[in-house]
Design a protein around this ligand. Structure first.
Ligand code: GH3
Ligand code: MG
Ligand code: MG
Length: 406
């Protein structure tokens, strides 16, 4: 919210507050009118006094009806400036009415009645300062006429009649006017300050909700980034298979699980044959494509729940098969080998079949005292792979230690 709209909203709240005081204060105003008439009853021309009191009562009733209508209307405070102007006009009329009453009936009244009416005006002025806090124009329009007449009368009578007491009262009234003005200024300041605080509080609350929503979005983005980062940190960028880090974690976890369950654990190590010559002949980019193709075949073949395929490094891959015995693992290894061969990726640089082939080493064992660490399974599979290479490549060699396992 800009400060301009805050200012106009503050003005609206101040006007609204004062306006709502009008109907109640009007009854007080009427009571005071008749109290004044009562005080001046004996010392005034009755007909004129009654005409004044009735007229002022009618003005007050009119103000009452208008204020009630405005407060209840749907467009109340849509235009606070207009509302403020009308209120000021009504209060000016009433203030002038009281001032005229004083001027017509109290100026020539005896001192006692004059003091009484002056006291009434002092009270009206104080009441207005309280009721019209925040609406200085309306307060001045109401109180200036009535207090000016009372003060001027006191000072005038003091001068003309040489009445020292009324001179003192007149001077006190001057001081009183300053006091009331100061009070009104301070009260108005603190009212506006309070209203401003309320606006700032609302603004802060709205900002808080906004910030919470932003925080929520950032949190979501952050956890999405974290998930993406986590996935990326466990995935091989070239083939999309799990990377070595992921493999190491999974190996130990699955090893422990198989040890607990007493189930076999199989591992297949795969290595593309003559891949260096392939790279040399077809280029590194074609080598990458070849790695991707072989990886996708491995992934689709080893896709049963629990199967885990990873890029071990370079042109080597590994498949972990928890709960699978050596027969099952050999079948799978053979399927991957055969699929690769059938895919017939040309490899003129190879020493064997003129297509890309791979060798596989299979090992399976049930984790136990004889093979306490997962690394022993990988070493056995690697040994089998070495044998497959040694025996001419494009083949599967199996090492089964399950019978020996404790
Ligand atoms: P063997 O049949 O005995 O396995 O021989 P080989 O040529 O496949 O094995 P060697 O270890 O001699 O060569 C592996 C090659 O794999 C060497 C390296 O350039 C290549 N290589 C490793 N990683 C990548 C890769 O990410 N992209 C490509 N294009 N080539 C790779
Ligand atoms: Mg190799
Ligand atoms: Mg190789």
């Amino acid at each position: 919210m800009t400060s301009l709209t805050a200012e106009s909203a503050m003005y609206r709240v101040a006007i609204g507050g004062a306006y709502r005081n009008i109907p109640g204060s009007v009854w007080f105003s009427i009571a005071v009118t008749w109290a004044m008439a009562y005080v001046l009853w004996e010392v005034s021309d009755l007909q004129n006094l009654l005409a004044w009191a009735v007229s002022l009562t009618i003005v007050n009733l009119g103000r009452f009806a208008y204020a009630r209508q405005r407060i209840r209307s749907a467009d109340f405070l849509d235009n606070p400036q207009r509302e403020g102007r009308n209120m000021t006009l009504g209060l000016l009329t009433t203030g002038v009415g009281f001032a005229l009453g004083y001027y017509w009936f109290a100026v020539h009244a005896p001192a006692v009645e004059q003091y009484a009416v002056t006291a009434i005006h002092v009270g009206l002025c104080a009441g207005a300062a309280i009721v019209l806090t925040g609406c200085r124009a309306a307060f001045l329009a109401y109180s200036v006429p009535l207090i000016t007449v009372a003060t001027a009368t006191m000072l005038w009578c003091a001068m003309i009649e040489g009445d020292g007491l009324r001179g003192v009262v007149g001077l006190m009234l001057v001081l009183y006017v300053f006091g009331v003005m100061m009070y009104q200024t301070q009260a108005e300041k603190s009212l506006l300050f309070n209203i401003r605080l309320r606006f700032e509080k609302d603004e802060l609350l709205a900002r808080k909700d906004e910030l919470l929503a932003e925080l929520h979005v950032l949190n979501r983005e952050l956890s999405a980034d974290r998930d993406a980062f986590q996935t990326a940190s466990l995935t091989d960028g070239l083939t999309g298979l799990a990377n070595r880090r992921h493999f190491d974690r999974t190996l130990n976890r699955e090893w422990d699980r198989c040890r607990r369950d007493g189930t076999p654990f199989a591992c297949i190590m795969l290595d593309i044959d003559y891949f260096k010559p392939y790279n040399d002949r077809y280029g590194h980019m074609a080598g990458d494509d070849c790695l991707r193709t072989v990886a996708s075949m491995i992934a689709t073949t080893a896709s049963r729940g629990g199967d885990f395929a990873a890029r071990f490094g370079g042109e080597e891959f590994v498949v972990l098969l928890p709960g699978t015995d050596v027969q099952g693992a050999s079948l799978l290894a053979e399927r991957i080998r055969a699929m690769t061969e059938e895919r017939a990726i040309p490899h003129a640089g190879g020493c064997t079949d003129r297509v890309v082939t791979l060798s596989a080493g299979v090992a399976a064992l049930t984790p136990g005292d004889r093979f306490p660490s997962a690394q022993s399974l990988v070493d056995l599979a690697d040994e089998a792979l070495y044998q497959a290479k040694k025996r001419g490549r494009n083949r599967v060699v199996v090492r089964d230690f399950d019978d020996d396992a404790v």
